[in-house]
Ligand binder design. Sequence first.
Ligand code: ASP
Ligand code: MG
Length: 619
Amino acid sequence: MALIVQKYGGTSVGSVERIQAVAQRVVQTVKAGHALVVVVSAMGKTTDGLVKLANEISPNPSRREMDMLLSTGEQVSIALLSMALQALGQPAISLTGAQVGIVTEAEHSRARILQIKTERLERHLKEGKVVVVAGFQGISATDDLEITTLGRGGSDTSAVALAAALQASFCEIYTDVPGILTTDPRLVPDAQLIAEITCDEMLELASLGAKVLHPRAVEIARNYGMPLVVRSSWTDEPGTWVVSPVPQVRSLTGLELVHPVDGVEFDTDQAKVSLLRVPDRPGVAARLFGEIAAQSLNVDLIIQSIHESNTNDIAFTVTKQSLRQAEAVASAILPALNTEVTHPDGEAEVMVEQQIAKVAIAGAGMIGRPGVAAQMFSTLAAAGVNIRMISTSEVKVSCVIDEADCDRAIAALCKTFEVQKSGVRSQEPEIRNQRSAVSSQPFKKPTPYTLHPTPHTPPVRGVALDLNQARLAIRHIPDRPGMAAELFQLLAAQQISVDMIIQSQRCRVINGITTRDIAFTVAQLDADAACTVLTQASPKLGCGEIVVDREIAKVSIVGSGMVHQPGTAARMFEALAEHQINIQMIATSEIKVSCVVAKTDGIKALQLIHAAFGLSNKV
Ligand code: ASP
Ligand code: MG
């Protein structure tokens, strides 16, 4: 007998008939011998309706009263589902978040869960009842026992948190789509269902998966090793398993308030190759990384940043041992690049640096917490560490620094984020092996379903397109420790989340001061605010102008298999090059490669890349 938490979304309980159908499914699961906690959302578009009512009364209602109002939607659906179960002869009881003891912060409309008291739940389960719990809501830990909500879409988070607190076997999320697809089916009609995806991949695909699964739910699932399955409530299809390696044991108090950063990683076995002043036209990255892949060299970070002239810089890291070979490949393509265009800044050239290290902070908790990257930069600045390269993804910020600074950087970061380090040192191959042994730990097998691990994990699990970002560039930032920290702290103070951050390779000396550019992307909604605060601060900090471009699209490939497959990034760049799509920016993490392209190329880019990885028309 397993303990299962099932969650049904708004459409799944959108009418009396649907509630009855859900009750049937619940009863079947009980008959199969399982104990069941069922979390439900409000019926259909109830919550939207309530928001509309509130806005008819006030353009700006208080967050406390909004919580009071919106939490009623779920109270309707739990009572009705419980009645439907009882009508089928199944003992059941409905409970609000407060009755269950879902204790949250007092932060109205976006409360995080602190703790779930499980005594009452367990008592009812022992009595043989199905417990039907209102999703999306909780009760504050303060004396006033305020009703709180977790933020729109939050009932997924309620369900996974309950599953973690009860140490359930797994959590089923029933929704109106068959599961997680390889990409957005409205843009790519032949998007395929993904049978299995890791939580890390899911988080990196946040823009793709957010509509189906609340990222905070995935964060909890990952932190507590809770297997999830996303399935259609209309069929018996198996859906998509969202799994993660068994994590370290974690306390169940402060459930959602775990550190935003899970670990500090480092790798001193890295060397950097930069190609400066390469022509800004389609095909350059494809050619370079195609040649690199042909030599079976595995590239780790890749970044490409933008410049005022018609040339780009591309930089990447490889293991120290591969440096000479990588340098040779890069140098070999130079002559061809140099004959193609005239360069106002001089000819293209290759630059290598051997004494570098990569330090990274990783953690699902940084999603939606704008200050985390800034905190990393300021920690490094305070330790006197200069950042040479920055590359970010949804759940990771990686910085390339001088190798000599590595130990200081790690110590400072571990202290700031209160976590342990893990990593690779050059000349210590056994540690590298150990580390990969940890990451390939077997998945916790959800019962009664079995995972179907494929012999070869695909390099790319999903492809995502984000058309809602804008790019900002800050020109001529003095190249000294602390500048990135100051700039990104200003944005964090305005609650602006920064997505891709890239620091240019090229230096420009202005009035005797070496400067670099930093480009980054933010949500379009935040672009004006970001531009205003940076434009104000720029002269004081000695930086140049701020340039905004809203006509961009970000397309990303995500897959944990790419770590072991040289040439994955090259394949993406080639797909774009073949169709003359110019890449404006590149940033990578271990399991993700993102390219910024012109907005008008976005959908085409998504379709091409999806097809290039064989994700379309799979049998
Ligand atoms: N009913 C809430 C909403 O519509 C919570 C949820 O459905 O997850 O946002
Ligand atoms: Mg939802």
